[in-house]
Design a protein around this ligand. Sequence first.
Ligand SMILES: *[C@@H]1O[C@H](CO)[C@@H](O)[C@H](O)[C@H]1NC(C)=O
Length: 162
Amino acid sequence: MHLLIMTGMIMIMGKTAAQSHCDPITQYEKAGQCCRMCSPGTSMSAQSTCLEPQCTECGEKEYQDKYNSERQCHRQPYCDPNKNFQSSTQESKKKRTTCLCELGFHCSSEACLTCVPHTACTPGHWAQSTGNHTHDTVCQKCPEGSFSTSNSWNSVCTKWTE
Ligand SMILES: *[C@@H]1O[C@H](CO)[C@@H](O)[C@H](O)[C@H]1NC(C)=O
């Protein structure tokens, strides 16, 4: 048992020591040598050598957000209008697209797999905090002397005229 832990520690320490002379962001190690990675927005093709990587630009709807030695770029997420996402327009090959909810909708969970409609404030209530991409609308009773007849996520109260 003791011996196993010791062996594990030596292996971890050995690995860290070997990697420490390469730049952790732009280089990778191969056979004790520091090799160049491809820059964000590209992936590495098979003909690459350690010091002369052949980098291929990511295709449409693809991205690579880091320096990498991967053979392929990642697919951008699809912002599905059927799940109430806005269709993404400005996509970068260097960044994963974040799908945004349509106006009037917010993420159903932290992972935001789908967007759900904001709560509608019933008549007599107003949207004290208007919903956005991540938060639902918070409704409040209209203050004394005001009213609201609408049933919506962004309703306001109107003062009674005297
Ligand atoms: C969304 O609304 C919440 C609650 O009002 C607020 O804390 C948050 O900053 C808002 N987010 C954006 C992106 O406006």
